[in-house]
Design a protein around this ligand. Structure first.
Ligand code: ATP
Ligand code: MG
Length: 434
């Protein structure tokens, strides 16, 4: 029994007292993305498994070890999305977006599912925000995507992240590189982990992403892809760097970044923080020129990134960023008796229609307990209503911070309430008043 009141390992809850942080972050992400022309896309939490095995690549850790895959009652193989890109591309092909006006600029926010070892910054259900810019091969698009990621990180208060970029080439130059890597790793075959032995045959670049210390050590001296870039990829990378410099973005070239998903080509990048320990990559992305065609769409190119929202919040908090809290209850009506309770319901209805957060007793508590509650929820104003007040048609409103009181007539309540809140100007008035 105890088990069922525990969330599944690697998942978590956002409680009502903390959700303002998530709402603030999500709104900020979407608002800034819209400055760059991005509009939100919402896709299903699950897809046909093949969308990911073909899209993400069946030699990646994500597909080989981390997916939540099951057969549904109709015997279809279904997978909970481990990431969004493959699903967004599937959707853009299905709805012919990539055959229309290009680029298609879509952003998303939502849960992702990966069967990983849970630890700080690594969950089984986590949340990503990301963008996809579909239908452009120009280096300016790569730089614009990177600039957007950087803009977002700054605007949530993150300053201490470094931008690392690399180019992993195209299928043409990668063939040469794979050959060189294969030779290099084959010479040290006896020391590689079991998974990497398999990678050596199927996709040697994946070895560069292995997390085992021995493989990491061997990989440190492996040939670097930058030395194998073809003319086109080299020029593209140089142009991306010029655009980044023009956008005022500092970066370092890290030839060891390969990213964990197979679809990347040319530019790859990461924003890395020194503040959150081992799971330091807050945002990762790159160009994926082959993916749209791979999933059955037209031969158009694309670039995008994804950031982990939990990691984003961890870094922001580690750097001391604060998230603005939604304002609390504007007024609490404390009725004494059933007649007053009905009047309170009427007053709350009128004020809510004007956009005020107006609350009253829905527990049948006595006056003392009600006032304690009003205090606890941080009500700015309170108003006790009893038979006397109803008979006289006069109410007294109390400023909970200063103790000041104000008279208001019942008949003209809403208008006089407006006058009052304008007169006493709280520093944290609800949206309705501002
Ligand atoms: P890592 O190397 O940390 O496993 P990744 O290369 O698998 O990351 P991507 O697939 O590129 O990550 O996902 C983009 C971002 O999503 C990551 O940079 C990270 O911020 C976040 N992320 C990925 N996996 C998890 C997870 N299991 N829990 C929390 N956040 C995650
Ligand atoms: Mg991973």
């Amino acid at each position: 029994m105890a088990e069922i009141i525990k969330a599944v390992k690697g998942t978590g809850d956002v409680l009502p007292e903390n959700s303002y942080k998530w709402q603030y972050i999500e709104n900020t992400l979407l608002d800034i993305a819209s400055l760059y022309g991005y509009r939100e896309i919402r896709i299903p939490v699950f897809e046909h498994t093949e969308v990911f095995s073909r899209g993400v690549g069946d030699t990646t850790d994500v597909v080989q070890k981390e997916m939540y895959t099951f057969l549904d009652k109709g015997e279809r193989s279904i997978t909970l999305r481990p990431e969004f890109t493959a699903g967004v591309v599937r959707s853009s092909i299905e709805h012919s977006l990539v055959n229309g006006t290009l680029p298609v600029k879509a952003c998303y926010v939502g849960g992702c599912y990966r069967y990983e070892k849970p630890q700080a910054g690594r969950l089984r259900e986590f949340h990503q925000f990301g963008i996809e810019c579909l239908g452009t091969s120009a280096p300016a698009a790569d730089a614009e995507a990177i600039a957007l990621a950087s803009h977002i990180l700054k605007s949530v208060g993150i300053k201490k992240v470094s931008l690392e970029i690399n180019s992993i080439g195209c299928p043409t130059c990668r063939a040469q590189y794979h050959k060189a890597l294969k030779e290099y790793f084959a010479a040290q075959k006896s020391e590689l982990c079991g998974t990497c032995l398999d990678r050596l045959e199927r996709n040697p670049m994946r070895i560069l992403d292995c997390k085992s210390p021995v493989c990491k050590n061997i990989a440190a001296n492996a040939p670097v892809v930058l030395d194998f870039l073809c003319e086109d990829c080299k020029n593209h990378f140089e142009a991306v760097k010029s655009h980044l410099a023009a956008a005022g973005l500092e970066f370092t070239v890290n030839p060891h970044i390969v990213r964990g998903l197979d679809y990347y080509t040319k530019t790859v990048f990461e924003f890395v923080s020194g503040d959150i320990g081992a799971q330091a990559t807050v945002c990762g992305g790159g160009r994926y020129d082959g993916l749209i065609a791979e999933l059955g769409g037209p031969a158009v190119q694309a670039v995008g990134f994804a950031m982990g929202i939990e990691r984003l919040m961890m870094v922001a908090e580690a750097e001391g960023a604060e998230f603005p809290e939604k304002s609390t209850c504007d007024i609490y009506f404390a009725p004494m008796g059933e007649k007053a309770a009905v009047a309170s319901t009427k007053l709350c209805t009128a004020l809510r229609a004007e956009g005020f957060e107006a609350l009253t007793d829905i527990n049948g508590r006595g006056l003392k307990a009600q006032m304690k509650y009003a205090d606890k929820i941080g009500a700015k104003l309170s108003c006790v209503i009893g038979d006397n007040e109803l008979d006289n048609g006069k109410l007294v409103i109390k400023n909970m911070k200063t103790g000041d009181t104000y008279d208001i007539t019942l008949d003209n309540f809403t208008d006089e309430f407006y006058d009052l809140v304008n007169r006493i100007a709280f520093d944290d008035l609800s949206d309705a008043v501002l």
